[in-house]
Design a binder for this molecule. Structure first.
Ligand code: CA
Ligand code: CA
Length: 240
C-alpha cells in the first residue's frame, strides 16, 4: 500500500488525494484507525473553536467499516459528552451504498445517530441504488449529490436531469440537498437555479488547516463572490 501511495503522490505538492488513499485504507482495513482518529480530531477541534467563541458546524465522513463495527455511535456519544459539545452541530456523512446496506448493525447505528440528534447526510448520492422506502425510514436530513453529476452539469443534459430529479425527490421527502465538488460559476448558477440548498467545493474554499479556516470563515470577501454564505455557523435541525 505504501508503495502505491508513493507512486500516486501529487507531483507538485507532495500531497496524496483522498480519492487515492481512502480506497486503499478501505481495502487494507486501516480505515478503522483513520476513522477513529478523524472522529477524535473533529471533536477536539470543535471544542477548541468553541473555546475561542466560534460555534462551527462540523461534518465527519463515516466509513462503512465504522458503521458495521458497531461502536462508532458509542464513541461519538462519549466524545460529545467529554467535550461538552451539542450533537446538533455535527453532521455524519454516510455514503448511499452503506446507507442502503440493510444489516441489523448498520440500521441500528442509523437509529442511534437519529436518537443522538446528529445531522445525518447521505453522501455520494446518485451513485448507488437507493430504496425510497429505506430513505424515508432512516433518520436522514440531507442528500449530497455526488460530484460526478456536478462536474458534468454545464455540458451534460443527463447530469442536469439527474441533479434535478434528486432535488425534486429530496423536496418531496423533506430533505435538504447539498451539491459537492462545485468548481465553476456555471455549475453554481445551474444549482442555485434548481433550488439547491447548499453548495460545497473549490469555488468557495479549498481544503485548509484549521487555523486558516477560522480566519476564512470570518472573512466575507472570500476567493469567489458568494451568493451563498458559508453555513459553517448554523446549528442543524435534528431529524424526528
Ligand atoms: Ca463526504
Ligand atoms: Ca462525497
Amino acid at each position: 500500500a505504501a508503495e502505491a501511495l508513493l507512486r500516486w503522490q501529487h507531483p507538485q505538492r507532495g500531497m496524496i488525494s483522498p480519492t487515492v488513499f481512502i480506497p486503499l485504507a478501505e481495502r487494507t482495513g486501516l480505515i478503522q484507525e483513520i476513522g477513529t482518529w478523524v472522529l477524535d480530531e473533529a471533536l477536539r477541534q470543535a471544542a477548541a473553536w468553541r473555546d475561542r467563541g466560534l460555534r462551527m458546524r462540523v461534518a465527519i465522513n463515516v466509513s462503512g467499516h465504522q458503521m458495521r463495527a458497531g461502536d462508532f455511535v458509542d464513541q461519538l456519544e462519549r466524545g460529545l459528552a467529554q467535550y461538552g459539545l451539542s450533537a446538533g452541530r455535527f453532521t455524519c456523512e454516510i455514503t448511499e451504498t452503506v446507507a442502503m446496506e440493510d444489516t441489523a448493525t448498520t440500521q441500528r447505528a442509523f437509529a442511534r445517530l437519529g436518537e443522538l440528534g446528529v445531522h445525518v447526510s447521505i453522501d455520494d448520492f446518485g451513485t448507488g441504488h437507493s430504496s425510497l422506502a429505506m430513505l424515508r425510514r432512516l433518520p436522514v436530513a440531507e442528500l449530497k449529490i455526488d460530484r460526478a453529476f456536478v462536474s458534468d452539469l454545464a455540458d451534460s443534459e443527463g447530469a442536469r436531469s439527474i441533479a434535478l430529479a434528486v432535488m425534486q425527490m429530496a423536496k418531496s421527502l423533506g430533505l435538504r440537498v447539498v451539491a459537492e465538488g462545485v468548481e465553476t460559476e456555471a455549475q453554481r448558477d445551474i444549482l442555485i437555479g434548481m433550488g439547491c440548498d447548499e453548495l460545497q467545493g473549490y469555488l468557495f474554499g479549498k481544503p485548509m488547516p484549521a487555523a486558516s479556516l477560522a480566519v476564512w470563515a470570518m472573512d466575507d470577501t472570500g476567493a469567489a463572490p458568494m451568493s451563498f454564505r458559508p453555513s459553517l455557523f448554523k446549528a442543524t435541525e435534528p431529524v424526528q
